[in-house]
Ligand binder design. Structure first.
Ligand SMILES: *Cc1c(COP(=O)(O)O)cnc(C)c1O
Length: 410
């Protein structure tokens, strides 16, 4: 008899966004003309930059001729892209990362989800609360947790991100082995200072732990004093892995390209205390289970680093940040306390009531879809996430409607 991987049965059955979609679909049936505006799911809405489209087209043409056709590429990415990343995202900011420490992939979701395979099933893991669900669910699937109890998995250490700590949790008292951090944060939009990340790096050294740093929203940082990479912190090269993506940054959510940075000196330990480079393990994993990102996509990603590409990509994030400012201002004006939305495309709104109740209120009275904070973890209760990924017209209209709805509620 074929048995199921029972760890899958521990997973929370209703995936947050499918539950939201069900609610929205039911409401649409009741009110087909509502003209619903979605500020829920974190998908970008604007087209790929023209430089990417041009590079994409040219690469497709190359694939159409025997002389320039390419089959399987290197699993870790073509050198042209790895070198462009190392030069533009790191060297230009004074960060020492070489091209062969850059591992190109088809998504930061896959990378943040897959990397846990390299670590012991008994590893003690700390995750933020609220959290990007991928970090938690992939560890549940792998059997690194107990059962779900009152909204939390047994065996995980939850790093509470609250109003009191400015949504930036500090290291716990106890020793953990693996730490997931995400700044600018999804869902709270919070950013971490250098001093805050220094404490994490120091903690990781002290406990021989590893930090998995998700920097998918790095491009939205405008405050020059904020670190854009964990590798701006001294000592991070030994204890951290960083994930980046072209998704939010250059509109690649449907095109798929990302990368993971694993410094040569980053290690994990075996039972005898012997150190093993994480990069080598990752290559072993990827060469077995992954065959690389398509050539045209890597050419399109490379184009982001051209002079014109940099300007076009900057315009995209500027646009979304202007949306974020509109949302933050409008919600603050209505009396809601907000976090995020300044160096991040998400606004974390304190509702003063149950997250799902507020979701229903926005859906029914303003025909606006948000994401209930409680869907991201226990500490998200009492909050909603609003996303700046939409057209200006929709954002303005959504804020006007929320203003009316909130006004008539008082
Ligand atoms: C969107 C997002 C990613 C990027 O995912 P891709 O698979 O590269 O599209 C990674 N981490 C977080 C927290 C995200 O919100």
């Amino acid at each position: 008899m074929i048995h199921v991987n029972e760890n899958y049965l521990k997973l929370q059955s209703s995936y947050l966004f499918s539950h939201i979609n069900q609610k929205v679909a039911a409401y649409k049936q009741k009110k087909p003309d509502a003209g619903i505006i979605k500020l829920g799911i974190g998908d970008v809405t604007r087209a790929l930059p023209p430089v990417c489209i041009e590079a994409f087209h040219n690469a497709v043409d190359e694939m159409g001729k025997d002389e320039t056709f390419r089959g399987y590429g290197p699993e870790q990415g073509y050198d042209f892209l790895r070198e462009a990343i190392a030069a533009n995202d790191f060297a230009s900011r004074g960060i020492t990362i070489s091209a062969d420490e850059v591992y190109v992939s088809d998504g930061a979701k896959c990378d943040t989800g897959n990397i846990q395979e390299l670590f012991d099933t008994g590893a003690k893991i700390a995750v933020p609360d609220p959290v990007y669900p991928v970090y938690v669910d992939t560890n549940v699937m792998a059997g690194r947790t107990g059962n779900l109890k009152d909204g939390r998995y047994e065996g995980l250490v939850y790093l509470e991100s609250t109003e009191e700590n400015g949504f930036v949790p500090m290291p716990p008292e106890e020793a953990v082995d693996l730490i997931y951090l995400c700044f600018p944060n999804n869902p709270t939009g919070a950013t971490a200072t250098k001093a805050e990340l220094e404490r994490w790096v120091e903690y990781a050294h002290r406990n021989k732990a590893l930090i998995l740093f998700d920097a998918a929203y790095e491009t939205f940082i405008r405050d020059q004093s904020l670190p854009r990479s964990i590798f701006e912190i001294e000592g991070a090269r030994e204890v951290a892995v960083e994930f980046r993506s072209f998704s939010k940054h250059a509109g690649f959510t449907g095109t798929r390209c990302a990368y993971t940075v694993i410094p040569e000196s980053c290690v994990v330990y075996d039972g005898k205390g012997k150190a093993h480079p994480v990069g080598k393990l990752w290559v072993r994993r990827q060469t077995t289970k992954f065959n690389g990102v398509s050539y045209p996509v890597q050419r399109a990603a490379e184009a982001v680093y051209s002079k014109a590409g940099k300007a076009q990509v900057r315009k995209l994030s500027d646009f979304y940040l202007e949306n974020a400012a509109v949302i933050r201002e409008a919600m603050t004006g209505l009396g809601y306390t907000c976090a995020g939305g300044e160096n991040a495309p998400y606004i974390w709104v304190k509702t003063g009531e149950d997250s799902w109740k507020f979701f229903d209120f926005l859906l029914e009275k303003a025909n606006v879809v948000c994401t209930p904070g409680s869907g991201f973890g226990a500490c998200g209760e009492g909050y909603i996430r609003l996303s700046a990924f939409n057209s200006r017209e929709n954002v303005n209209e959504a804020m006007a409607r929320i203003g009316d709805a909130a006004g008539s509620r008082r």
